[in-house]
Design a protein around this ligand. Structure first.
Ligand SMILES: NC(=O)c1ccc[n+]([C@@H]2O[C@H](COP(=O)([O-])OP(=O)(O)OC[C@H]3O[C@@H](n4cnc5c(N)ncnc54)[C@H](OP(=O)(O)O)[C@@H]3O)[C@@H](O)[C@H]2O)c1
Length: 346
């Protein structure tokens, strides 16, 4: 059995890692850390895990050696501890932003802070399996992608790779409240958050840097902008991406590109039905699943190709992506522990 520990297990991403790994047939959980809840039952913080585990939170300073360590700390924290953590575990999967961007200057520019461990940057492989499977297989360090970046990259990758769209890409992202993590703030206070359709980041979203990094090898000089709106859901993320198809590109060619890249991918579904409520991707039915659903529509009047992508931000957007990468690193079936199909109705 693989002995896994989770650093930052009281948070939302850490809680999802626990939920998934507790049903994983090849993993046993060694430690789950929390400073605030050290000594308390994990199920007191994550009530969905009652009767699934008797595990008690450890203080991070008590972390012991393990086979694989999942690090689910707020952005900017894991780089402070990474040199110590790599002594405790040969394999590390980081869910935060600290090792996603390969260049220190780009991290510092977008995150407005100095990178404290730049020498480790080149050791980390970006965690999206659909783009980096072979590198993940050979690596010991994985940096999971940001959730908007995950769904945007997966939605756009076949179009960019097959040279089907022009350089200008506009991503309209609808975000859930769990994306902000466990720590409360005025913006997450119920009277302020409930019922909102709040344009909270019309420009300058940090995940833009990841999207540019990952799509750049396939196209030069493309121009990506994200506009993010907070909406009244707890889990899930929907992107509506406005692109301009290259002259003469047909819907058939778009289908062909998606089929070529994702035909054998276990967690990518092309959702484009002619009728019915769920004819396009919808995050509601993806809750708890590791799927990324992608749909599209060619608008011949305005000459746009509109692409729609949906995920559960806490699963394919982070914890599920992390477990998928772990399965690849250990040469296990990639879907192991991630088979939950979701609920309907929900
Ligand atoms: N939420 C999402 O939808 C989402 C999606 C994609 C990626 N991620 C990434 O996942 C990471 C975790 O996000 P989250 O939403 O789970 O955050 P969160 O709910 O705030 O949880 C953070 C966890 O880290 C621990 N922690 C905080 N500061 C720490 C420190 N200085 N030293 C040690 N432990 C510390 C917290 O527990 P204690 O304070 O009790 O120690 C808690 O367990 C972030 O880097 C985020 O970018 C999140």
């Amino acid at each position: 059995m693989i002995k896994a520990s989770i650093y930052g297990a009281s948070g939302y991403a850490g809680g999802e890692i626990l939920r998934i790994l507790l049903s994983h047939p090849k993993v046993t959980i060694k430690q789950a850390t929390s400073r605030q809840f050290a000594g308390q039952m994990v199920s007191q913080v994550h009530p969905n895990l009652r009767k699934k585990t008797d595990l008690v939170f450890s203080n991070p300073i008590e972390l012991k050696k393990c086979d694989i360590l999942f690090v689910a700390l707020p952005n900017g924290e894991s780089m402070k501890y990474m040199n110590k953590l790599k002594i405790l575990s040969k394999k590390i999967v980081d869910l935060g932003a600290d090792y996603r961007l390969r260049k220190k200057e780009i991290f510092e520019n977008w995150y407005k802070q100095k990178h404290q461990n730049p020498e480790m940057l080149k050791k980390f492989i970006y965690g999206i399996a659909e783009l980096h499977r072979e590198e993940i297989k050979k690596s010991s360090y994985i940096a999971c992608a940001g959730c908007e970046a995950t769904v945007s990259i997966l939605s756009l990758y076949p179009l960019v790779k097959h040279n089907l769209i022009e350089e200008k890409i506009i991503i309209d992202a609808k975000m859930s409240s769990s994306q902000a993590g466990l720590k409360p703030s005025l913006s997450s206070h119920h009277p302020e958050r409930s019922g909102v359709v709040r344009s909270y980041m019309p420009s300058g979203h940090r995940h833009t840097a990841e999207i540019i990094q990952e799509l750049s090898p396939f196209a030069e000089n493309f121009d990506v902008a994200i506009s993010a709106t907070a909406i009244d859901i707890v889990r899930g993320l929907l992107v509506t991406i406005h692109t301009t198809p290259k002259s003469g590109v047909t819907e058939k060619e778009v289908w062909k590109a998606y089929r070529a890249e994702y035909g054998n991918e276990p967690f990518i579904r092309i959702v484009k039905e002619k009728q019915g409520l769920y004819r396009f991707p919808e995050p509601k039915i993806l809750q708890g699943t590791n799927y990324c659903d992608i749909g599209f529509e060619m608008d011949n009047v305005t000459k746009r190709l509109v692409v729609i992508g949906a995920i559960d931000n806490l699963v394919k957007g982070t914890a599920g992506q992390a477990v998928q990468a772990m399965n690849i690193m250990y040469d296990l079936p990639e879907t192991m522990g991630l088979e939950f199909p979701g609920l309907h109705p929900i």
